[in-house]
Write a protein that binds this ligand. Sequence first.
Ligand code: UGA
Length: 433
Amino acid sequence: MKIAVIGTGYVGLATAAGLAEFGHTVVGADKDAAKIADICRGKTPIYEPGLDEIVTKNISAGKLAFTADVDKTIRDADVIFVCVGTPQDENGRADMSQIEDVSRTIARNLNGYKVVVEKSTVPVKTSDWIKRIITLYRKDETPFDVASNPEFLREGAAVSDFLNPDRIIIGVESEKAREMMVRIYAGFSDRIMVTNIDTAELIKHASNSFLAMKISYINMIADLCDKTHADVEQVALGMGLDPRIGRQFLKAGLGYGGSCFPKDVKALMNIGGDLGVNMGLLHETDKINRERIGRFLEKIRKALWILKGKKIAVLGLAFKPQTDDIREASSAVIIGHLVREGALLRLYDPKAMDNMKAVFPESPGIAYCEDACQAAEDANALLVVTEWEEFRSLDLARVKKNMANPILIDGRNLYDPAAVRAQGFEYYSIGRK
Ligand code: UGA
């Protein structure tokens, strides 16, 4: 089977390289020729641990190639994974224009039976549109099938998640498509779940929204802890010890960001709303998440009172550790507020500074620093916004010496309050005393 992967973002690159790693022959295609040229030189456009290595390794082994010739890639393929972006439009719905565009390109190049696989996160019922577009634009009656195979990889762990999936969801409508899709994942027969297409599409949105809801839930509890003597870390642990609840995704903090949860919660909210279903639970999930920044700013004001002219060090800009991605990152919203109030910011992140410079260029109010210690120089307060491992092991005594006032406001509960206070810091965190 020849496999095409259209789109070379996070999901496309991990899918192309991962399928090649499984032993398939894969061509990744993207109409952005400059991006393709970089990837062919072994330079993927994103920071993702292990990705460059498996891309380079499989290109050298002749199992993986990249090209800007999308038409030919489609003509040559038996199975086409569609991995283009489905960003959020101005109404909070998924913008499906790239999916429609690829569907038309597939229709134009349909020269034999092919399975068209939705890998991007799409609203339930998208497959009906893909089928309709390909049927409308194909030149003849050449048959094809659409399948849904949602991806569950996390940024920062994309390669290992793709290579060791918990589950492989395959939504199909024909036996032929089922057989081909199951063959692609032959090494994981114990983890495959085959459903109809609507179900597979919904599993993806329902999973992400559930995880987002879990985060908003614990953040709501954290607010309650802030007003009482309870400790949110211990509440989360006590809850999570019940296997029906589980310990994961109960980390209170600045809320969820990234290219998936904020967008997917809103998309599912809108899909349900359009179909007349009460999606109130997700409206609250989203609202609680947006309110996280306000709560954090309250803590900063409580510590510093007037922000104008105060020097504030910000550690962490990426939406989470192990990535350079700043899409929907809390850092950007926090920085925006602090700059408007006249604070002087000193920013540091191990990987995401170039991306942030494109949003907030260096200016009299914004300096980018070489490391955490430099960011702390002469600062009136230090904020932890992303929980990078290198911040956990920071030499806090040295940091404190650099600061004008030893005030640490930890948005990710990275430090042990007693240990930090013992070093002489005034310490604020989320849902803990
Ligand atoms: C998420 C899902 O975890 C993946 O399964 C899914 O495939 C992916 O979206 C997608 O749809 O493509 P990702 O956005 O990469 O993955 O990152 P997560 O690790 O899930 O974290 C999302 C956000 O939640 C981050 O901002 C993180 O800081 C926050 N978070 C996570 C918390 O605030 N608390 C937690 O306990 C866990």
